[in-house]
Write a protein that binds this ligand. Sequence first.
Ligand code: HEM
Length: 566
Amino acid sequence: MFVTQPFSVDSYLMQLQSVIIDKQHFLFLKQFGLQQNVQQDENIPESLIIYLRVPKLDPREPPLVYPRIPFVGHLLGMIQDPHQYFFKLNKRTNHPVATLPILNGKVYVINSPQLVQAAFRNQSLSLAPLVNEYVGRMHELSPSARRSYAEDGMHERMMQLFITRMSGESLKRMNTVAMREMNSIFQGSSASRGQEKRVIETENLWLWLRNIMTVVTTTALLGQKNPWKKDPSLIEAYWSWESGDISRRTPLAAIKDRASHQGQIAIRKALNIYFAEEHHSNDVSQLTVDTVAMQKQYSFSTSDLAAAYLQVIHASLMNAVPTAFWVMAHIYSRQELLASLREETFNAVKQQSLENGERQVSIEVDQLDKLCPKLMSVFREAHRLASIATLHRRVVDDTFLSEGNGPNVRSYLLKKGITVMIPTIVGLREPRLWGGVVAAEFDPERFLGQSKKQQGNSSYTELRGTESISNLRKKAYFPFGGGKELCPGRNFAIAEVMGMMVVLLNGFDITSADGGTLPLPKPGKPKLTTGTARPDQNADLRARIMRRPGWENVVWETVAGPKVTP
Ligand code: HEM
């Protein structure tokens, strides 16, 4: 599972910064599909070949958008501010889809919501070739395991497994395990309950949440014996690894990005030990059990299982944790919103006194979207503002995309072999779609359909044909991707974040370090491969987390599905 960014665009861009195009770089371009038609001639410096080529364009292809600085302008733009670059480019050109020349090659960037949805439906646009190329560079996998992706369609099989195992009863079991783990962290052990320190002072609220969610999520996937529970140093190991350029697999990258490399080694070692043992407890997710069984059929060794599973861990944490952070931060930084959500979520839980004097509070986690519509709207709005994913597909056969039907609707030819980029930010922040200047602002009621601030702009609807603004919004809202690559973990992530928020809102106050309203941090500068914004690490992230009076002796119980014993 190689969520969203299957190849090393970052390292590719980094290399360009030096403007020295060496052999290694030539290979990067090759991976990116940017140097087709270039014959590698040993006698001519590759840099020359690349600079002198301009992409050929069929008139039916999307319009060419030249960068302001020839050849490298688009790349430099992406290096400086990768996500804003697509946003600004769309604002400048208004093309539904554009061809961006980069050195001697090109990529397509899709901007219009209708074309994005057409791209999701189009069978000639696929993520699989990019995944297979990425796996080809995963030297930690044995050659036969790598071949199973390239030759036996392992990516498609894995996606199928995810879709079935992260829905229905197996999803309910995962939700139960996740919430039980979360509850035990928040409520403390029965022996210590009520006597626990009421105030947690943290230097960094992001790290506090990140650490809790890493343990909760890995436990939902791997059960109580999960390595992250046994050895909390693996939490830092994972986040160090993911903060590096994770798709670089060269010895040089290992030296340059030592912490990231060491993190990856530590996790693979721990997962190796985990997979070497047989785990029969029923709190291991069906997803994990079936993934391992399938990969063993393809003769994956324990070390292959560990290397491949790290990608599953990555998929489950990289977006869910920052999304949860923004939901929490938006709520606790607004007193009025906090009060109204407390009321909504209080009405969504059931309470019962226990014989020992404690109070049991139960949450029906898979009903929360219906029981707490305002919290759900906040989740979607926080997600709208935090999502900065750029989705990728490869054109596997020449194909046409069009914004709709009818004689005046233009179709665009997409040529085989070219990489397609679909930035979520363009549709999610489009001012003409989400209410002008308020498009960039947080509106907790935006997805309740009652917000007065949401005037669409008719110039935008005209630009996009005859579709209504509300239809266009639906098409532009795809923070979980779409088509056959639509995130299969989305329902788990939503239940996890919503369940956690119900516990926090009822049971805890979160304030600034001096007890005032929590400040909302600004997002930090993301890497090109980041799918969900993180808070700026220079922001003041200190916070106090306190049990609310009257909620000290609460036992949280989650009703999510069948009972799951560890
Ligand atoms: C708020 C949380 C999450 C967000 C925003 C998110 C977002 C995404 C996006 C944008 C994609 C790419 C879709 C596309 O290319 O069309 C994706 C794929 C995927 N996601 Fe999620 N995701 C989240 C949580 C999760 C969780 C919790 C899991 C697993 C437990 C998960 C597993 C996956 C997998 C397996 C893929 C497919 C990767 C591949 O095709 O190689 N995601 N997700």
